[in-house]
Design a protein around this ligand. Structure first.
Ligand code: AMP
Length: 221
């Protein structure tokens, strides 16, 4: 099953993608994570992407599409994937269709995680991320058991440099500017399913698993 998660920053795409990937035993592909790895590794691509990411604006399509294509051509993608953070505009959506066409597959389901702005700001300004395994925590809602250490791998927790209120507002503006045409793109293809994502992570995940099962059943018919 090839799944795309749409939704504003802070909608919980990363958290839900990890949960869903575990349940379905398929890889989670996050363009934000891939870009951050490139920035940390100081690759040429990372150096080019860094400024955009720090401002909260979009990295040029050509750069992001290059890393997505490299990732989607890996053999583990054959059993399906959960794509989080890509596409972010219709040009990327068309590039994705082209890449998937090359490997003889296509998108099966697009889940649009709907979240209100106060929830987004509260989630992102308190978000903590594990440097080692990428797990997410929250200073208040989901504090780690040990101070600033990951519950799963004891990696160091940090706050993303773009998780400050000014950059979050820019990221939200960028998201809103592009999202309606992207939603139309997938609605026309009859792939779009809305998910109310303001609630607790486990409740939202259950809802998403139900949607996946429905689509799975319809694919078998
Ligand atoms: P995320 O982890 O999805 O919140 O992404 C963090 C940042 O990486 C974004 O604010 C963008 O600067 C960049 N980024 C991630 N995915 C994309 C994409 N598909 N297109 C352009 N920029 C992206």
């Amino acid at each position: 099953m090839n799944i795309i998660l749409l939704g504003p920053p802070g909608a919980g795409k990363g958290t839900q993608a990890k949960g869903l990937a575990q349940k379905l035993n398929i890889p989670h592909v996050s363009t934000g994570d891939l870009l951050r790895q490139n920035v940390a590794g100081q690759t040429e691509l990372g150096r080019e992407a860094k400024n955009y990411m720090e401002k909260g604006t979009l990295v040029p399509d050509e750069l992001v599409t290059r890393i997505v294509e490299q990732r989607l051509l890996q053999p583990d993608i054959k059993k399906g994937f959960i794509l989080d953070g890509y596409p972010r505009n219709t040009s990327q959506a068309r590039s994705l269709d082209r890449i998937l066409g090359k490997i003889g597959t296509s998108v099966n389901l697009v889940m649009d995680l709907d979240t209100s702005e106060p929830v987004i700001i509260q989630r992102l300004t308190g978000r903590l991320v594990c440097k080692k395994c990428g797990a997410n925590f929250h200073i208040k809602n989901m504090p780690p058991k040990k101070d600033m250490a990951c519950d799963y791998c004891l990696g160091k927790l940090y706050q993303r440099s773009d998780d400050n209120e000014a950059t979050i507002r820019t990221r939200l503006e960028v998201y809103r500017k592009e999202v309606s045409s992207l939603i139309d793109y997938y609605r026309q293809k009859n792939l779009l399913k809305p998910v109310v994502a303001d609630g607790e992570a486990e409740v939202v995940l259950k809802e998403m698993v139900k949607l996946v099962e429905q689509i799975n059943d319809s694919l078998k018919v």
